[in-house]
Design a protein around this ligand. Sequence first.
Ligand SMILES: C[S@@+](CC[C@H](N)C(=O)[O-])C[C@H]1O[C@@H](n2cnc3c(N)ncnc32)[C@H](O)[C@@H]1O
Length: 259
Amino acid sequence: MTSTEQSRRKYDALADRYEEIFFYVADMGRLLVDVAAPRAGARVLDVGAGRGAVARAALVRGCVVTAVDSSAGMVSRLRADHPSITARQLDAGSLDFPDGSFDLVTAGFLVQVLDDPAAALAQFRRVLAPGGTIALSLERQSVGRLGWLHELNAEFFGRGGEAADPLAADRLDDLLTAAGFTGLTRKEVDIPKPVPGPRALWNWLALQGVPQALTALPPERAAQFRRAFFAGAEAMHADGGIVLDFGATLHCGVSARRA
Ligand SMILES: C[S@@+](CC[C@H](N)C(=O)[O-])C[C@H]1O[C@@H](n2cnc3c(N)ncnc32)[C@H](O)[C@@H]1O
């Protein structure tokens, strides 16, 4: 297992609203598949598929797509939304496909949430045909002008759930090389999303369950959070506008032929 029961429960709970909250994953899925450029008919495995941002982009290109995810909630939504994708509940570290079953393995924003990314990369290499392609996206860890909001969240809710030492792009390339991938390429992508005002930013936080989390705090503490949130959001709105600055790196490589 490369992720925990707690992580599975988190993604089960997010499944219905996932792509509404993480509005950039659909564009990122298309870009990742564009970079990998599979031919029509290619056998594609999308690991940690979520709601199918990457898998459906491969489907559009005429690929034969299998999608796996460790969250039962994500898999049942995948089956309902994309009947032509073969969807299964599987852990990235225990893929049960025969060696060399796929021409392309994709994983959008997955490796950063795994406890043991190296174990998953070894599986990806095993199930890839020699000369097959791997394509991964990795969220870039930059908070930009939203630093005040990250600090507020840390002050009121702690840093629970965030990796203490997030996977960096250089480290991912090292892990890919160690797993036997060659010809590595990397592309940086920025995904800014302007938000019309403080209320809209609050609504985005609401999708992530912040109002429910506030009910667990003493009422005065919850009121403090709201006051600090709207003060910070008003200041950002007045000073150049509110923008959610997301960024990603897209990593591609080739499964080296074994000697
Ligand atoms: C950040 S989301 C990305 C979803 C999708 N790839 C996208 O780009 O929108 C990570 C996904 O990986 C799944 N996941 C987490 N750990 C996993 C594991 N060990 N094996 C398979 N899937 C996993 C989660 O359930 C979730 O759907």
